[in-house]
Design a protein around this ligand. Structure first.
Ligand SMILES: [Zn+2]
Length: 410
């Protein structure tokens, strides 16, 4: 394939993805005014239902504007040889390949982050604020940004340097070394994320003594899950939305409950949510996800190793000298239809795991409390009770509220 053809192929992939996403979003928006299914009557009163519809519409409009902005910018960047421009800047700063690669991605990532900054500001301080969700101060918001940039520089920059170095030293076999590196890094992060990264952004405290602790104690004894692995996180620092999650494995496993969840739910509802999270642990979902993502990474890296050295990739992006960083950019776009499919599969699997965790909670604690907690959580986050089924298949990592309730009542 000649570089010109590849250039148009890359553009076509980007545009088709944009059109496809827009189509699915539009399809979903057609259901914003659907009647609430009878199983879910009572989640919202009339006023709350109107508010949830307004919330859906505002978010839809916002995502339309943001994706239109980003596609226009991307296409202009392609048409005006943006990659060649950035490549040139990086090459003028250093002649070391590793430094060039890090500067190249650094510029692209920071520039796009700065360009989208007004959108994330608007989302938090206008939309979320208007609907009463936002609790973040401007200071927290900016500190979050700075911390995530620092993390990106240290962790992202470090990994990228190593991978570029592997490519320089071993060329065809670089994917094996990179695979080993990413595998070790993923396992490490899975185990220590809660201990190393979360504290940079949030405070986590062991559960306080009281009625809730006693209730959880009773359940965790029955379920053989150590209470010392249950933590409360100050989610209320940023948003009123509530959540809970299971993370880590082995000695590092833990369940994290948002303080907002504890605030919003009754004791037995919280224990039901905890039972669901224990279900994820009992069914080994973290381990399965980890193994699967390691296999997928190996597969992707192998395909990358077959293509990345091809100078057509760099030439398609307007640069004569073949380079690893341009090869990586072109590859990511070429591979994106395949990663769409693997995402679809991973989301499908995740929804299956959610049913299993719900079933565990149902069989070991009962379904009533879980149903009422799911209803409350949906109500408090103004969630969409009538999403389009294709939208769910593509984007939802959890089944819809209706699907979960029907499963729990089975
Ligand atoms: Zn779950």
């Amino acid at each position: 394939m000649n570089p010109q053809t590849l250039f148009y192929l890359l553009l076509a992939i980007i545009m088709i993805k944009f059109l496809f996403d827009s189509f699915i979003n539009a399809l979903n928006s057609k259901h914003f005014n659907d009647e609430i299914p009878s199983e879910l009557k009572g989640v919202y009163n009339d006023k709350e239902y109107l508010k949830s519809q307004a919330y859906k519409k505002v978010n839809y409009k916002f995502s339309l504007i943001m994706s239109a902005f980003s596609i226009v910018l991307t296409i202009l960047f392609f048409l005006f040889d943006g990659f060649a421009f950035v490549d040139n800047i990086a090459r003028n700063i250093s002649s070391n390949i590793i430094v060039i690669t890090v500067i190249f991605f650094g510029i692209i990532i920071f520039a796009s982050d700065i360009l989208t900054f007004p959108f994330s500001y608007y989302k938090t301080f206008v939309i979320e604020e208007k609907f009463g969700f936002n609790k973040s101060s401007l200071k927290t918001f900016i500190l979050d940004k700075i911390k995530s940039w620092l993390m990106m520089v240290i962790i992202g920059g470090g990994l990228l340097s190593l991978i570029t170095w592997f490519y320089q030293v071993t060329t065809n076999n670089f994917w094996l070394y990179t695979w080993a590196l990413i595998t070790i890094f993923t396992i490490f992060m899975n185990m220590f994320y809660s201990k190393l990264i979360v504290p940079l952004f949030n405070k986590q405290t062991p559960l306080e003594d009281g009625e809730l602790k006693t209730a959880i104690e009773n359940f965790s004894q029955k379920a053989d899950f150590k209470l010392s692995n249950v933590f409360v996180i100050d989610g209320s620092k940023r948003s009123t939305k509530a959540n809970a999650y299971f993370s880590g494995f082995g000695s590092q496993k833990r369940i994290t409950l948002f303080d907002t969840l504890i605030n919003d739910l009754e004791t037995d509802e919280i224990v039901a949510v905890l039972a669901h999270e224990v279900g994820h642990y009992k069914k080994k979902h973290i381990i399965y996800n980890l193994i699967l993502s390691i296999i997928l990474t190996g597969f992707t890296l192998y395909i990358l190793s077959l293509l990345v050295g091809n100078s057509t990739l760099s030439q398609a992006l307007g640069v004569e000298i073949a380079s690893f960083h341009l090869g990586l950019i072109a590859f990511t776009i070429l591979y994106s239809p395949i990663s769409e499919i693997t995402n679809l599969f991973m989301n499908g699997l995740s929804r299956k795991f959610e049913y299993q965790a719900d079933d565990y909670a149902k069989n070991n604690f009962g379904s009533e409390a879980l149903i009422s907690s799911l209803k409350k959580l949906s109500k408090n986050s103004l969630s969409n009770l009538t999403p389009n089924k294709w939208y769910v298949k593509i984007h939802y990592s959890h089944p819809t509220l209706l699907q979960r309730i029907l499963n729990l009542k089975k």
